[in-house]
Design a binder for this molecule. Structure first.
Ligand code: UD1
Length: 422
Protein backbone atom coordinates (compact mmCIF):
# COMPACT_ATOMS: atom_id res chain seq x y z
CA UNK A 1 0.00 0.00 0.00
CA UNK A 2 1.46 3.35 -0.99
CA UNK A 3 2.30 6.05 1.47
CA UNK A 4 2.89 9.70 0.80
CA UNK A 5 4.89 11.59 3.39
CA UNK A 6 4.23 15.31 3.27
CA UNK A 7 6.39 17.92 4.98
CA UNK A 8 4.32 20.71 6.46
CA UNK A 9 4.47 24.51 6.52
CA UNK A 10 5.59 24.85 2.92
CA UNK A 11 4.65 27.85 0.82
CA UNK A 12 4.06 26.84 -2.80
CA UNK A 13 5.38 29.26 -5.41
CA UNK A 14 5.87 28.68 -9.11
CA UNK A 15 4.36 27.41 -12.34
CA UNK A 16 2.86 23.98 -13.04
CA UNK A 17 2.11 22.68 -16.52
CA UNK A 18 -1.25 20.92 -16.55
CA UNK A 19 -1.67 17.50 -18.23
CA UNK A 20 -4.44 16.27 -20.51
CA UNK A 21 -7.77 15.53 -18.83
CA UNK A 22 -8.20 11.96 -17.60
CA UNK A 23 -11.98 12.30 -17.64
CA UNK A 24 -11.95 13.49 -21.26
CA UNK A 25 -9.44 10.87 -22.42
CA UNK A 26 -11.32 7.89 -20.92
CA UNK A 27 -14.63 8.24 -22.82
CA UNK A 28 -12.73 9.14 -26.01
CA UNK A 29 -10.67 5.96 -25.65
CA UNK A 30 -13.88 3.98 -25.04
CA UNK A 31 -15.39 5.44 -28.22
CA UNK A 32 -12.44 4.21 -30.31
CA UNK A 33 -13.81 0.65 -30.21
CA UNK A 34 -16.38 1.86 -32.77
CA UNK A 35 -13.63 2.86 -35.23
CA UNK A 36 -11.92 0.16 -37.26
CA UNK A 37 -9.25 2.45 -38.68
CA UNK A 38 -6.12 3.87 -37.00
CA UNK A 39 -6.77 6.54 -34.37
CA UNK A 40 -4.20 8.82 -32.72
CA UNK A 41 -5.04 10.59 -29.45
CA UNK A 42 -2.62 13.21 -28.12
CA UNK A 43 -2.19 14.94 -24.75
CA UNK A 44 -3.21 11.76 -22.89
CA UNK A 45 -1.97 11.74 -19.27
CA UNK A 46 0.14 8.80 -18.13
CA UNK A 47 -2.05 7.56 -15.30
CA UNK A 48 -3.18 4.30 -13.80
CA UNK A 49 -6.79 4.71 -15.01
CA UNK A 50 -5.62 5.39 -18.56
CA UNK A 51 -3.42 2.28 -18.47
CA UNK A 52 -6.39 0.25 -17.25
CA UNK A 53 -8.49 1.44 -20.21
CA UNK A 54 -5.65 0.75 -22.66
CA UNK A 55 -5.11 -2.76 -21.34
CA UNK A 56 -8.83 -3.48 -21.73
CA UNK A 57 -8.67 -2.23 -25.33
CA UNK A 58 -5.73 -4.56 -25.92
CA UNK A 59 -7.47 -7.52 -24.29
CA UNK A 60 -10.52 -7.11 -26.50
CA UNK A 61 -8.41 -7.05 -29.65
CA UNK A 62 -7.08 -3.55 -30.42
CA UNK A 63 -3.41 -2.90 -31.10
CA UNK A 64 -2.36 -0.11 -28.76
CA UNK A 65 0.81 1.89 -28.18
CA UNK A 66 1.24 4.71 -25.65
CA UNK A 67 4.35 6.89 -25.63
CA UNK A 68 4.98 10.50 -24.57
CA UNK A 69 1.29 11.22 -24.14
CA UNK A 70 0.31 9.85 -27.56
CA UNK A 71 -1.98 6.83 -27.84
CA UNK A 72 -2.13 5.04 -31.19
CA UNK A 73 -4.88 2.50 -31.67
CA UNK A 74 -5.15 0.18 -34.63
CA UNK A 75 -7.76 -2.44 -35.34
CA UNK A 76 -6.71 -6.00 -34.61
CA UNK A 77 -8.02 -9.11 -36.32
CA UNK A 78 -11.07 -9.52 -34.14
CA UNK A 79 -12.90 -7.39 -31.59
CA UNK A 80 -14.34 -9.19 -28.56
CA UNK A 81 -17.54 -7.93 -26.99
CA UNK A 82 -16.62 -9.35 -23.58
CA UNK A 83 -15.27 -7.18 -20.76
CA UNK A 84 -15.14 -9.28 -17.59
CA UNK A 85 -15.80 -7.87 -14.12
CA UNK A 86 -12.18 -8.15 -12.98
CA UNK A 87 -11.37 -5.39 -15.50
CA UNK A 88 -14.49 -3.24 -14.97
CA UNK A 89 -14.07 -3.62 -11.21
CA UNK A 90 -10.74 -1.75 -11.37
CA UNK A 91 -12.31 1.34 -12.86
CA UNK A 92 -15.94 2.30 -13.21
CA UNK A 93 -15.35 4.28 -16.42
CA UNK A 94 -14.69 1.00 -18.25
CA UNK A 95 -18.49 0.48 -18.27
CA UNK A 96 -18.45 3.26 -20.90
CA UNK A 97 -17.30 0.56 -23.33
CA UNK A 98 -20.67 -1.21 -23.16
CA UNK A 99 -22.76 0.72 -25.73
CA UNK A 100 -19.85 1.32 -28.13
CA UNK A 101 -18.99 -2.40 -28.05
CA UNK A 102 -22.60 -3.40 -28.77
CA UNK A 103 -22.50 -1.11 -31.83
CA UNK A 104 -19.11 -2.40 -32.93
CA UNK A 105 -19.64 -6.16 -32.37
CA UNK A 106 -23.44 -6.46 -32.57
CA UNK A 107 -23.42 -7.62 -28.93
CA UNK A 108 -21.47 -7.08 -25.73
CA UNK A 109 -21.24 -8.49 -22.23
CA UNK A 110 -19.69 -6.16 -19.67
CA UNK A 111 -19.36 -6.66 -15.91
CA UNK A 112 -21.64 -4.34 -13.98
CA UNK A 113 -19.53 -2.00 -11.83
CA UNK A 114 -20.06 -2.18 -8.09
CA UNK A 115 -20.24 0.68 -5.59
CA UNK A 116 -17.20 2.63 -4.52
CA UNK A 117 -16.06 4.77 -1.63
CA UNK A 118 -18.03 7.84 -2.68
CA UNK A 119 -21.42 6.22 -3.10
CA UNK A 120 -23.42 3.49 -4.79
CA UNK A 121 -22.79 4.73 -8.32
CA UNK A 122 -25.31 2.60 -10.25
CA UNK A 123 -25.47 2.48 -14.06
CA UNK A 124 -29.27 2.45 -14.34
CA UNK A 125 -29.41 5.67 -16.43
CA UNK A 126 -26.94 4.21 -18.91
CA UNK A 127 -28.96 1.01 -19.23
CA UNK A 128 -32.37 2.69 -19.32
CA UNK A 129 -31.22 5.15 -22.01
CA UNK A 130 -29.71 2.43 -24.20
CA UNK A 131 -32.93 0.40 -23.88
CA UNK A 132 -34.90 3.44 -25.04
CA UNK A 133 -32.54 3.66 -28.02
CA UNK A 134 -33.66 0.10 -28.93
CA UNK A 135 -30.78 -2.02 -27.61
CA UNK A 136 -31.91 -5.34 -26.16
CA UNK A 137 -30.40 -5.52 -22.69
CA UNK A 138 -30.56 -8.09 -19.92
CA UNK A 139 -28.68 -8.13 -16.66
CA UNK A 140 -27.58 -11.58 -15.53
CA UNK A 141 -24.95 -13.07 -13.22
CA UNK A 142 -23.55 -9.61 -12.42
CA UNK A 143 -23.03 -8.75 -16.10
CA UNK A 144 -24.93 -6.51 -18.48
CA UNK A 145 -25.58 -8.19 -21.84
CA UNK A 146 -26.70 -6.13 -24.84
CA UNK A 147 -27.57 -6.79 -28.45
CA UNK A 148 -28.24 -4.58 -31.42
CA UNK A 149 -31.90 -4.61 -32.62
CA UNK A 150 -32.91 -5.53 -36.20
CA UNK A 151 -33.72 -1.86 -36.81
CA UNK A 152 -33.42 1.44 -34.90
CA UNK A 153 -36.36 3.86 -34.47
CA UNK A 154 -36.04 6.95 -36.64
CA UNK A 155 -36.49 9.34 -33.69
CA UNK A 156 -35.85 8.76 -30.00
CA UNK A 157 -35.81 11.17 -27.07
CA UNK A 158 -34.48 10.29 -23.64
CA UNK A 159 -34.46 12.58 -20.64
CA UNK A 160 -31.83 11.71 -18.05
CA UNK A 161 -33.20 11.66 -14.47
CA UNK A 162 -29.97 13.41 -13.34
CA UNK A 163 -27.21 15.15 -15.29
CA UNK A 164 -24.94 12.10 -15.23
CA UNK A 165 -21.62 12.65 -16.96
CA UNK A 166 -20.94 8.97 -17.68
CA UNK A 167 -24.48 8.24 -18.94
CA UNK A 168 -24.44 11.31 -21.22
CA UNK A 169 -21.11 10.16 -22.67
CA UNK A 170 -22.19 6.55 -23.09
CA UNK A 171 -25.47 7.52 -24.76
CA UNK A 172 -24.06 10.12 -27.17
CA UNK A 173 -21.23 7.81 -28.23
CA UNK A 174 -23.48 4.81 -28.83
CA UNK A 175 -26.08 6.88 -30.70
CA UNK A 176 -23.50 8.24 -33.11
CA UNK A 177 -23.47 4.89 -34.98
CA UNK A 178 -27.27 4.37 -35.01
CA UNK A 179 -27.54 4.92 -38.72
CA UNK A 180 -30.43 7.12 -39.92
CA UNK A 181 -31.79 7.64 -36.41
CA UNK A 182 -32.13 11.02 -34.76
CA UNK A 183 -31.54 10.82 -31.02
CA UNK A 184 -32.14 13.61 -28.54
CA UNK A 185 -30.69 13.42 -25.03
CA UNK A 186 -32.37 15.83 -22.62
CA UNK A 187 -31.13 16.97 -19.22
CA UNK A 188 -27.66 16.05 -20.52
CA UNK A 189 -24.58 16.80 -18.42
CA UNK A 190 -22.76 19.91 -19.70
CA UNK A 191 -19.17 19.26 -18.59
CA UNK A 192 -16.29 20.36 -20.86
CA UNK A 193 -15.28 16.68 -21.16
CA UNK A 194 -18.60 16.06 -22.95
CA UNK A 195 -17.87 18.85 -25.42
CA UNK A 196 -14.45 17.28 -25.98
CA UNK A 197 -16.06 13.90 -26.68
CA UNK A 198 -18.45 15.53 -29.16
CA UNK A 199 -15.49 17.18 -30.93
CA UNK A 200 -13.65 13.87 -31.11
CA UNK A 201 -16.70 11.99 -32.45
CA UNK A 202 -17.40 14.67 -35.06
CA UNK A 203 -13.76 14.65 -36.18
CA UNK A 204 -14.21 10.91 -36.76
CA UNK A 205 -17.27 11.59 -38.93
CA UNK A 206 -20.14 11.57 -36.40
CA UNK A 207 -22.95 14.12 -36.41
CA UNK A 208 -23.40 15.29 -32.80
CA UNK A 209 -24.45 18.77 -31.69
CA UNK A 210 -25.45 20.55 -28.51
CA UNK A 211 -22.78 19.23 -26.12
CA UNK A 212 -22.17 21.87 -23.46
CA UNK A 213 -25.93 22.54 -23.25
CA UNK A 214 -28.61 20.37 -21.64
CA UNK A 215 -29.85 19.01 -24.99
CA UNK A 216 -27.65 16.90 -27.26
CA UNK A 217 -28.77 15.80 -30.74
CA UNK A 218 -27.19 12.95 -32.60
CA UNK A 219 -27.84 11.90 -36.19
CA UNK A 220 -26.52 8.37 -36.48
CA UNK A 221 -24.01 7.67 -39.24
CA UNK A 222 -23.01 4.38 -40.88
CA UNK A 223 -19.32 4.49 -40.07
CA UNK A 224 -16.74 6.40 -38.07
CA UNK A 225 -13.27 6.98 -39.48
CA UNK A 226 -9.75 7.08 -38.15
CA UNK A 227 -8.57 10.52 -37.03
CA UNK A 228 -6.13 12.43 -34.83
CA UNK A 229 -7.30 14.30 -31.78
CA UNK A 230 -5.78 16.17 -28.83
CA UNK A 231 -7.47 15.98 -25.40
CA UNK A 232 -8.33 19.15 -23.41
CA UNK A 233 -6.34 20.09 -20.28
CA UNK A 234 -7.38 18.64 -16.92
CA UNK A 235 -9.43 21.26 -15.05
CA UNK A 236 -9.47 19.16 -11.87
CA UNK A 237 -5.69 18.80 -11.82
CA UNK A 238 -5.40 22.57 -12.44
CA UNK A 239 -7.86 23.29 -9.61
CA UNK A 240 -5.91 21.05 -7.25
CA UNK A 241 -2.64 22.96 -7.80
CA UNK A 242 -4.39 26.32 -7.44
CA UNK A 243 -6.00 25.22 -4.18
CA UNK A 244 -2.64 23.91 -2.95
CA UNK A 245 -1.30 27.42 -3.61
CA UNK A 246 -4.13 28.88 -1.52
CA UNK A 247 -3.91 26.48 1.44
CA UNK A 248 -0.17 27.22 1.74
CA UNK A 249 -0.84 30.98 1.28
CA UNK A 250 1.46 30.88 -1.73
CA UNK A 251 1.48 32.01 -5.33
CA UNK A 252 0.81 29.37 -8.00
CA UNK A 253 0.43 29.63 -11.76
CA UNK A 254 -1.10 26.82 -13.80
CA UNK A 255 -0.31 26.87 -17.49
CA UNK A 256 -1.83 25.03 -20.43
CA UNK A 257 -5.37 25.42 -19.05
CA UNK A 258 -8.69 26.65 -20.45
CA UNK A 259 -9.60 29.30 -17.83
CA UNK A 260 -13.30 29.20 -18.76
CA UNK A 261 -13.48 25.61 -17.51
CA UNK A 262 -12.33 26.82 -14.07
CA UNK A 263 -14.91 29.60 -13.69
CA UNK A 264 -16.83 28.22 -10.67
CA UNK A 265 -13.57 27.64 -8.78
CA UNK A 266 -12.11 31.04 -9.68
CA UNK A 267 -15.33 32.82 -8.61
CA UNK A 268 -15.11 31.01 -5.26
CA UNK A 269 -11.43 31.92 -4.83
CA UNK A 270 -12.23 35.58 -5.51
CA UNK A 271 -15.03 35.48 -2.91
CA UNK A 272 -12.54 34.05 -0.43
CA UNK A 273 -10.31 37.07 -1.08
CA UNK A 274 -7.53 35.46 -3.15
CA UNK A 275 -6.02 37.40 -6.06
CA UNK A 276 -6.86 35.69 -9.35
CA UNK A 277 -5.18 36.67 -12.63
CA UNK A 278 -6.32 35.04 -15.87
CA UNK A 279 -4.66 35.17 -19.28
CA UNK A 280 -5.18 33.12 -22.48
CA UNK A 281 -4.07 29.78 -21.14
CA UNK A 282 -2.76 30.45 -17.65
CA UNK A 283 -4.29 31.23 -14.28
CA UNK A 284 -2.42 32.64 -11.31
CA UNK A 285 -3.70 32.59 -7.74
CA UNK A 286 -1.97 34.49 -4.98
CA UNK A 287 -2.88 35.10 -1.34
CA UNK A 288 -2.07 38.63 -0.25
CA UNK A 289 -4.83 39.29 2.30
CA UNK A 290 -6.59 37.40 5.06
CA UNK A 291 -8.94 34.84 3.50
CA UNK A 292 -12.67 34.73 4.23
CA UNK A 293 -14.99 31.74 4.83
CA UNK A 294 -17.55 30.96 2.09
CA UNK A 295 -20.42 28.63 1.21
CA UNK A 296 -19.74 26.26 -1.68
CA UNK A 297 -22.14 23.87 -3.38
CA UNK A 298 -20.74 21.00 -5.48
CA UNK A 299 -23.09 20.51 -8.42
CA UNK A 300 -23.07 19.40 -12.05
CA UNK A 301 -21.19 21.77 -14.41
CA UNK A 302 -21.18 24.78 -14.60
CA UNK A 303 -21.48 24.50 -10.81
CA UNK A 304 -18.52 23.94 -8.50
CA UNK A 305 -17.00 20.52 -9.41
CA UNK A 306 -17.61 17.66 -6.99
CA UNK A 307 -14.09 16.42 -7.74
CA UNK A 308 -12.71 19.56 -6.05
CA UNK A 309 -15.12 19.34 -3.11
CA UNK A 310 -12.75 17.51 -0.72
CA UNK A 311 -9.93 19.84 -1.74
CA UNK A 312 -11.82 23.10 -1.15
CA UNK A 313 -13.01 21.67 2.19
CA UNK A 314 -9.37 21.16 3.20
CA UNK A 315 -8.62 24.78 2.26
CA UNK A 316 -11.67 26.19 4.08
CA UNK A 317 -10.71 24.30 7.22
CA UNK A 318 -7.67 26.62 7.43
CA UNK A 319 -9.67 29.86 7.11
CA UNK A 320 -11.01 31.34 10.34
CA UNK A 321 -14.81 31.56 10.46
CA UNK A 322 -17.72 29.31 9.46
CA UNK A 323 -17.80 27.78 5.97
CA UNK A 324 -20.29 25.34 4.49
CA UNK A 325 -19.62 22.85 1.72
CA UNK A 326 -22.61 21.11 0.21
CA UNK A 327 -22.34 17.98 -2.00
CA UNK A 328 -25.21 17.58 -4.47
CA UNK A 329 -23.69 14.99 -6.83
CA UNK A 330 -22.59 12.00 -4.72
CA UNK A 331 -24.37 10.82 -1.60
CA UNK A 332 -21.25 9.82 0.31
CA UNK A 333 -18.34 12.04 -0.56
CA UNK A 334 -17.29 13.15 2.92
CA UNK A 335 -15.39 9.97 3.84
CA UNK A 336 -12.19 11.97 4.32
CA UNK A 337 -13.63 14.30 6.99
CA UNK A 338 -12.68 12.14 9.97
CA UNK A 339 -9.13 12.08 8.63
CA UNK A 340 -9.10 15.89 8.28
CA UNK A 341 -10.37 16.15 11.85
CA UNK A 342 -7.44 14.00 12.98
CA UNK A 343 -5.30 16.82 11.58
CA UNK A 344 -7.05 19.32 13.85
CA UNK A 345 -9.78 20.47 11.46
CA UNK A 346 -13.27 21.12 12.89
CA UNK A 347 -15.69 19.68 10.35
CA UNK A 348 -19.11 18.22 11.09
CA UNK A 349 -21.13 16.51 8.38
CA UNK A 350 -24.91 16.57 8.48
CA UNK A 351 -26.91 15.22 5.55
CA UNK A 352 -25.06 16.43 2.49
CA UNK A 353 -23.37 19.38 4.16
CA UNK A 354 -20.00 19.83 5.81
CA UNK A 355 -20.02 22.58 8.45
CA UNK A 356 -16.47 23.83 8.84
CA UNK A 357 -15.14 25.90 11.73
CA UNK A 358 -11.91 27.16 10.30
CA UNK A 359 -8.77 26.95 12.36
CA UNK A 360 -5.55 28.74 11.55
CA UNK A 361 -3.27 25.73 11.81
CA UNK A 362 -3.71 22.07 11.05
CA UNK A 363 -1.29 19.60 12.59
CA UNK A 364 0.43 16.77 10.76
CA UNK A 365 -0.93 13.29 11.48
CA UNK A 366 -1.05 9.72 10.17
CA UNK A 367 -4.17 9.43 8.08
CA UNK A 368 -5.68 7.24 5.38
CA UNK A 369 -7.12 8.27 2.00
CA UNK A 370 -10.51 6.81 1.02
CA UNK A 371 -10.49 7.83 -2.68
CA UNK A 372 -8.56 9.76 -5.32
CA UNK A 373 -9.69 13.35 -4.67
CA UNK A 374 -9.77 12.78 -0.90
CA UNK A 375 -6.13 11.68 -1.21
CA UNK A 376 -5.33 14.97 -2.96
CA UNK A 377 -7.16 16.92 -0.23
CA UNK A 378 -5.21 15.19 2.54
CA UNK A 379 -1.90 15.71 0.76
CA UNK A 380 -2.42 19.46 0.33
CA UNK A 381 -3.68 19.72 3.92
CA UNK A 382 -0.37 18.14 4.94
CA UNK A 383 1.57 20.83 3.06
CA UNK A 384 -0.03 23.54 5.21
CA UNK A 385 0.03 21.63 8.53
CA UNK A 386 2.59 21.84 11.31
CA UNK A 387 5.00 18.90 11.16
CA UNK A 388 4.82 15.82 8.98
CA UNK A 389 1.75 14.09 7.57
CA UNK A 390 1.75 10.46 6.50
CA UNK A 391 -1.06 9.63 4.08
CA UNK A 392 -1.62 5.86 4.03
CA UNK A 393 -3.53 4.11 1.27
CA UNK A 394 -2.43 6.99 -0.97
CA UNK A 395 -2.14 4.98 -4.21
CA UNK A 396 -5.56 6.30 -5.32
CA UNK A 397 -3.89 9.57 -6.14
CA UNK A 398 -1.91 8.07 -9.03
CA UNK A 399 -5.20 7.29 -10.79
CA UNK A 400 -5.67 11.00 -11.36
CA UNK A 401 -2.47 13.08 -11.06
CA UNK A 402 0.37 12.72 -13.54
CA UNK A 403 3.89 13.25 -12.12
CA UNK A 404 2.36 14.41 -8.85
CA UNK A 405 5.53 14.33 -6.76
CA UNK A 406 7.66 15.97 -9.43
CA UNK A 407 5.13 18.74 -10.08
CA UNK A 408 4.46 19.54 -6.42
CA UNK A 409 8.12 19.39 -5.41
CA UNK A 410 9.06 21.73 -8.28
CA UNK A 411 6.97 24.50 -6.69
CA UNK A 412 8.20 24.12 -3.13
CA UNK A 413 6.42 21.12 -1.62
CA UNK A 414 8.35 18.21 -0.18
CA UNK A 415 6.57 14.91 -0.87
CA UNK A 416 8.08 11.47 -0.58
CA UNK A 417 6.26 8.48 -2.05
CA UNK A 418 6.75 4.85 -0.90
CA UNK A 419 6.97 2.72 -2.94
CA UNK A 420 7.86 5.28 -5.60
CA UNK A 421 5.18 4.92 -8.29
CA UNK A 422 6.33 7.58 -10.71
C1 UD1 B 1 -17.74 11.37 -13.70
C2 UD1 B 1 -16.28 11.60 -13.41
C3 UD1 B 1 -16.06 11.82 -11.93
C4 UD1 B 1 -16.94 12.97 -11.42
C5 UD1 B 1 -18.39 12.73 -11.83
C6 UD1 B 1 -19.30 13.92 -11.52
C7 UD1 B 1 -15.18 10.29 -15.14
C8 UD1 B 1 -14.37 9.11 -15.49
N1 UD1 B 1 -15.53 10.42 -13.84
O1 UD1 B 1 -18.14 10.19 -13.02
O2 UD1 B 1 -14.68 12.14 -11.72
O3 UD1 B 1 -16.88 13.01 -10.02
O4 UD1 B 1 -18.48 12.50 -13.25
O5 UD1 B 1 -18.79 15.07 -12.07
O6 UD1 B 1 -15.48 11.12 -15.97
N2 UD1 B 1 -25.94 7.99 -11.24
C9 UD1 B 1 -26.99 7.12 -11.14
N3 UD1 B 1 -27.23 6.25 -12.17
C10 UD1 B 1 -26.46 6.21 -13.30
C11 UD1 B 1 -25.39 7.13 -13.39
C12 UD1 B 1 -25.16 8.01 -12.35
O7 UD1 B 1 -27.73 7.10 -10.13
O8 UD1 B 1 -26.72 5.42 -14.20
C13 UD1 B 1 -25.67 8.95 -10.13
C14 UD1 B 1 -24.33 8.66 -9.44
O9 UD1 B 1 -24.45 7.68 -8.45
C15 UD1 B 1 -23.97 10.03 -8.89
C16 UD1 B 1 -24.54 10.98 -9.93
O10 UD1 B 1 -25.51 10.24 -10.67
O11 UD1 B 1 -24.62 10.23 -7.66
C17 UD1 B 1 -23.52 11.56 -10.88
O12 UD1 B 1 -22.73 10.54 -11.45
P1 UD1 B 1 -22.06 10.70 -12.87
O13 UD1 B 1 -22.17 12.11 -13.32
O14 UD1 B 1 -22.59 9.63 -13.76
O15 UD1 B 1 -20.54 10.39 -12.54
P2 UD1 B 1 -19.53 9.50 -13.37
O16 UD1 B 1 -19.77 9.64 -14.82
O17 UD1 B 1 -19.48 8.13 -12.78
Amino acid sequence: MSQIIVSGEKKLEGTVRISGAKNAALPILAATVMIDEPVVIRNVPELRDINTMLSILQKIGKKVTFEHGVVQIEPGEILLGNVPYDLVGKMRASFNLFGPLVMACGWARVGKPGGCNIGQRPVDYHVEGLKRFGLKIVEEHGDVFGEIPAEFDSHVEYELPFKSVGATEQLMTTASLMEDSEIVIKNAAEEPEIVDLQNFLNKAGANVSGAGTDTIRIRGVKKLHGSEYSVIPDRIEAGTYLLAGVITRGNVIVENVIPDHLKALLDTLKKMGAEVTVSDNTVRVEVLNKLKPVKVSAEPYPGFPTDLQPIITAVLSTIEGDSIVEELVFENRFGYVDEMNRMGAHIKVKDRRAHIKGTRKLSGAEISAPDIRAAAALVIAGMAAEGETIVHNAGHIFRGYEKLKEKFNSIGAYLRVYPDEE
